[in-house]
Design a protein around this ligand. Structure first.
Ligand SMILES: Nc1ncnc2c1ncn2[C@@H]1O[C@H](COP(=O)(O)OP(=O)(O)OP(=O)(O)O)[C@@H](O)[C@H]1O
Length: 278
């Protein structure tokens, strides 16, 4: 559905932001794009949407070259950017203005999502808080039913109950022909939603693995003392004892803790990445 071949991108000469990326994204999946500040996550997303253009290599999205920004492409792609500015209209006017760009726009779904988020319906957008505005945009994004949904830090600025609402709204909303890429630092908000994890570092994808494969290779556990377990790959002090990431030697079933996983990869790359070489 999305295919990047040898994609290289930089804002200025001599400073590669995306370095020779080979990447494929399939429909029916939610991808979590992780990386430290400045790793190149937004730049990658903007290349996929055609808002930035590669210096070398290819980017193909649903058979289109995004850089051409053809209407048939734009109708099927929605980017929720990290920072946004909304016009001073009310929600209904906003829908009347922007929904026509998306032929598959589902007004009933939009209303349902707004209800879950408990957004006051009759307000001017400028009278809403930043978090409420974001909820309008998340609801709008999902209601477009665009085949490619890209969200840059969608849960930034959402309060704790809203993060739960976000998970509720997203879960079960993706169709088999849609693909969602979520770039985030707020990994705890999303670890139950993500099908596949990508980690970007210094312009390269250092890991791209389905959650099922991560938990097949690694186990995520709490232990009272580090002596009671064979040397973990990574550990962090927890309320009672330690949270650990260990090699999953006994085919244990554990739930991915994406924050622990990301930290473990950052600190113990040499130990963890080889577990995933094919
Ligand atoms: N408009 C720009 N002009 C020049 N350099 C830029 C521009 N935008 C980003 N960069 C640089 O490109 C690199 C990647 O930035 P990008 O915003 O893609 O990273 P990111 O992973 O999304 O970061 P964050 O997690 O902080 O949002 C950084 O080194 C950044 O300084």
């Amino acid at each position: 559905m999305i295919s990047l071949q040898d994609l290289t991108f930089s804002y200025r000469k001599g400073h590669l932001v995306l370095n020779n990326l080979q990447l494929h994204f399939e429909p029916g999946r939610i991808y979590g794009l992780l990386g430290k500040n400045g790793a190149g996550k937004s730049s990658l997303l903007y290349n996929i949407c055609g808002l930035l253009y590669p210096q070398a290599g290819q980017c193909q999205v649903m058979g289109f070259n995004p850089a051409k920004r053809q209407p048939a492409f734009l109708r099927q792609v929605y980017l929720l950017p990290e920072a946004f500015h909304l016009p001073d209209v009310d929600i209904d006017q906003y829908v009347r203005l922007y929904a026509p760009f998306y032929p598959g726009f589902d007004s009933a779904a939009f209303d349902r999502h707004l209800d879950v988020f408990e957004v006051p319906r009759r307000q001017q957008l400028h009278a809403l808080s930043h978090g409420q505005q974001k909820k309008v945009l998340i609801s709008f994004a999902l209601a477009t039913t665009a085949r490619i949904l890209i969200m840059d830090e969608p849960t930034n600025g959402l309060d704790i109950p809203s993060k739960r609402q976000f998970r509720k709204v997203i879960a079960g909303c993706l169709r088999e022909d849609q693909c969602m890429i979520i770039s985030t630092h707020q990994v705890k908000d999303l670890d139950s939603l993500i099908d596949e994890v990508l980690i970007l570092e210094n312009g390269r994808i250092i890991l791209k693995e389905p959650v099922t494969r991560i938990t097949e290779k690694l186990s995520f556990r709490q232990v009272l003392s580090l002596e009671e377990t064979e040397a973990p790959l990574y550990s962090e002090g927890a309320l009672k004892g330690y949270a650990i990431v260990a090699v999953n030697r006994r085919e244990e079933h554990s739930r991915l803790d994406m924050e622990m996983f990301f930290n473990a990869v950052m600190v113990e790359k040499e130990k963890i990445l080889p577990l995933f070489t094919r």
